[in-house]
Design a protein around this ligand. Sequence first.
Ligand code: C2E
Ligand code: MG
Ligand code: MG
Length: 974
Amino acid sequence: MTASSPGMAAQQLHLPELPLREIMDGLSPSIFVGLLTPDGKLVYANRPALEVVGGRLEDLIGQDFAATPWWNHSESARRRLHAAIGLACSGVASRFDKATQDCRGNLITTDFSLLPLFDADGSVVYLIASGRDVTERQQAQRALRLTQFAVDHAHDAMFKVRADGRLRYVNDAACRLIGQSRDTLLGVPIHEICMQITATAWPLQWSELKARGSLHFASRLRQSSGREIPVDVSVSFLEYEGEEISFVYARDLSERVAAQERLRHLGSHDMLTGLPTRALLRSQLEQALLVAERFDSDLALMCVGLDRLKRVNATLGHGAGDEVLRVTAERIGACLRKADTLSRIGGDEFVVLMPADAQAALSHVAQRILSAVAQPVAVETREVFITCSIGAVVAPGDDTDIDGLLKKASAALGRAKSRGGNALHLHTRDIASQEPERLALESGLRKALARSELHLHYQPQVDLRDGSMVGVEALLRWQHPEFGNVSPAHFIPIAEETGLILPIGDWVLRTACETAAGWQRMGLAPVRMSVNLSPRQLQQDDLARRIETILIDTGVAPQHFGVEVTESTLIDNFEHAARTLGQLRALGIEIALDDFGTGYSSLGYLRRLPIDVVKVDRSLVPDVAAPSEDVSITRAIITMAHSLHMKVIAEGVESEGQLAMLVANQCDLIQGYYFSRPVSADQIEGMLIDAKRLPAALLDGALRSRTLLIVDPECSVIAALRRLLSRDGYHILSAENGAEALQRLAEHPIDVIISEQRMPGMSGVEFLRRAKALCPRAMRILLSGHLELESIAEAINEGAISKFLTKPWDERSLRAHVEESFRHKDMLDERRRVEVEVQAANRELVHLNERHLQVLQTQRDQMQRDQMGWAMAQDLLDNIPAALIGFDDAGTVAFMNSDARHLFGSPAELHGRHASQLFNAALLDVWTARDGVRHVVTIGSRRYQAVCRPLKESAHAQRRLLALTPFNGSQALA
Ligand code: C2E
Ligand code: MG
Ligand code: MG
């Protein structure tokens, strides 16, 4: 089909007749009609169309349609028109939306179409342009799209629900909230999501909604994960085009609820540990009391207080203290039963509430807490040792009100603490009756000294190098007329609290020194006397001077005297304690740190103090049967103390096993029941006379035969090995299992061990591992027919086994291996011996050096004081209104004050001059007379009163002082 020319078409086709035009013009104002020639010239436009552009037909007719005002708005619309004209000429209709700016400047959108009009031949003769104003429709659509967008992207979840309860629409927020895609959610019944709605109640709920028009309630929505989230729900009902629908808006409240929860939690929980605080504890306790009453059950309240947290704060800072608290809270929590609750009610106080079956479980739980808290706490690179005390009360007891119970638990805690801590004290009904006992002790203690109820016992301290007794510790004993022997652990705290410790402490110091002096007078080998000092004693400003006086009075040399202080003594007033200990050290007194390991125990921190000896508390002195970690702790303390040039005494050594472990780990001294209990002075005297000592066989490096231990469950194997190896002259011991072998190790110094792997109870590897911890230098050979390669390889790697040999053995090779092991052991022993000697020499050197520095410092201080004193005296003399001249033994000028300098000239001229070179005859007479009588002399033209006296305090009688004061004649001469 080709387009005909317009001219031709005009001739062939009649223009629309008038009625048709009228019809066109009379169309709705929103319907526009026009006619174009195929080449796009306007032939006709109806009135509504003309009104849009405010033009007249005769002005526009024949114009290129694309250039008429209908197309003035956009270039792209014009391009689309040209394309449409092209298409229409080829017989194809076009339709598109276009925008036109009307004559009033409004933008109207037209649904425009261009259709070809064909003649009878099928040629395009005209193009019919028609348009419909769709501005409103389009605006409505836009608004709808916007609304849809807004709904889709709304923050709150929205669901469209029909009467059948199924979801017909969900927005993005709803998908997110439920955690499902839109496709999955559509069609799902609302009751599967909303907890407030049930399938059976839905029809009723729908009716209610219809009746009320809208609903508002709080509910929970179930997420796909099953989690429920709190929501605020608004539902509105709508009837639209005959359809009943509801829109459900749900606002996620989980954050708000969580925030409220957090706030509530913060108000009732401790920030540091996250535990409930006192307020919450009270309500928990209230509930528990009600329950206990209703079910006639009991409950217990435990007050757990950390012992000496203050010291951790003071020495390591509050960060460390916080860490200790956090860890402690966790550890206590882990010791509790399911129903028990834990709260933190103060700086270092926790409360455990055991709501049921409390009495039976109480002591078990308390013991677990005590030992859990006593484990070291790692704070950065350090280990902090802290313990706790527990005060407990069981309800219903003598009263059941909350405050009463808390008070009783707290009082019981105080009692546990006052007895040294790390213990449980249970409040009992008759706790009050214990007060009188305490009062009786207190008043008894006041009289104890005067009534001679106090006396001292002495416990030997033994040197592990040669087993000899090198010292004793004085331990106070009180024989109470009524209570009998009262333990110092019981009465020393009372003495400390009441201040009675000061007179008692003085008595102890003097009595101990007198006893030591008595032994010396008897010609016994001098041993060091050690005395315990309490915190109050150490706070005395003049303690060093008091002790020095006692030592001088009794004639005990400072190097034969020592003091023992505990960490708590030091930490309560660190600077002061350090100063006093420094003064004692300067006197040559040995300072020991007592009970090391029970308190905060950082040797690094203690190195700032002048400590000579660390006394390892007996809780850290393990036996042979102890796990190897325990031995490692002791060994670490010993090594560390040695590196700080301190000696180590192990306290509370009761068994051969402990002794063997300590000898093998290079402990320097021991004290404990194994050697002797604390005994009277007379008994010590006996021991000194007998030169009691540890058997040499138990000591290291003693001259003894090479000892071999064979461990095998088969007697025949032991016998065969004995036969074979006894040829080489070894002293041979044997054991049939690990436990027995450990016992042998405790009893005898062993050089080489041969052990089978497969044994009842403990495997060979495990036994050798423990043997290594106990006696690190003993050589350990595993001789086994059983190849348990993995565990053996592990043991070899960690050094628990020095050799691994297989059964059956080759005799020559086994003997060679054993011999080599003994040689290696000899070498280690020799190295250790040298090490010990070097260590001792070093220690001595360090101490000498320190003492030397201390003496120098004391001298320097004295000189400084002298200088200051002299300067002050000079000042004073200069201000006396008289001329003063001092002479030395030779009669030469030693000093003169300012008036004297005015009178006789500058000191430079006069210093060292003899009196005879300075004075006239009259003055020289006075000088020579040295009689203290006032004489009148004339110097120059003035008269003076002159007095010369010998310097009385001086041992040198020739020294004298001459004083000259102006004389005005009326003064009376003395
Ligand atoms: P401490 O200074 O650590 O004394 C060692 C304690 O351990 C003594 O207890 C001693 O009898 C005990 N002990 C020694 N060897 C063993 C052993 O092998 N096994 C066991 N289980 N215990 C052993 P004691 O005499 O009851 O003294 C207790 C504490 O009382 C002393 O501990 C000391 O802190 C204090 N104390 C004793 N006398 C005095 C004193 O005169 N002044 C001061 N301020 N405190 C004193
Ligand atoms: Mg002591
Ligand atoms: Mg001790």
